[in-house]
Design a protein around this ligand. Structure first.
Ligand SMILES: [Zn+2]
Length: 183
């Protein structure tokens, strides 16, 4: 649960901590805006898992490329963002694009690390769709790398998580990676 009062107090203190006056005009509403933003994130995270549909005998790979996402690195609370590519080989159940988009959103709108985001999406789809296999690739730019530290703007970090036949069968894995590269 989101504790908006706690967030408001914390942001006010944070602003004081960086030498700002939290009562000046531009900042006065900021603690409340941030509290409401996190409440919105929380409401966007939940979705109805029953939306996955039974679907006949389709046995070929389903691939959805370039699902845009925005997340926050848990080390700096700065955004990292990019795209997720998801493929799976169904075993009687498929789902529409909007459910995949919501799955990505559910795991990205929280303090995250890219590796865990990738694994959580793969594990969730593996559990809900029970496919023959699933593959997830995430490509992202991290503002904590672009704005500070290494100062490496535009640098893209790629992570992947493979389950089932994507892990066991080299041909499936190669097909998946080839299809992604055809962006
Ligand atoms: Zn970071």
């Amino acid at each position: 649960m989101i504790d908006k009062e706690k967030i408001r107090q914390a942001i006010r203190l944070f602003l004081e901590g960086i030498g700002e006056d939290p009562d000046r005009e531009g900042l006065r509403e900021t603690p409340d805006r941030i509290a409401r933003m996190w409440e919105e994130f929380e409401s966007m995270r939940s979705f109805d898992m029953k939306l996955f549909e039974e679907f006949g005998d389709y046995n070929e790979m389903v691939l959805v490329k370039d699902i845009k996402f925005y997340s926050l690195c848990e080390h700096h609370l700065l955004p990292f963002f990019g795209q997720v590519h998801i493929a799976y080989i169904p075993d009687g159940v498929i789902c529409g694009l909007s459910k995949l988009v919501r799955t990505v959103r559910a795991f990205s709108l929280r303090p995250q690390v890219q590796e865990r985001l990738t694994e959580e999406i793969a594990d969730f789809l593996d559990k809900e769709l029970k496919p023959k296999g699933v593959g997830v690739v995430v490509e992202a730019e991290h503002l904590c790398m672009s704005m500070r530290g290494a100062m490496s703007p535009g640098h893209i970090t790629t992570t992947s998580a493979l389950r089932g036949v994507f892990l066991k069968d080299m041909k499936t894995r190669e097909e998946f990676l080839k299809l992604i590269k055809g962006v």
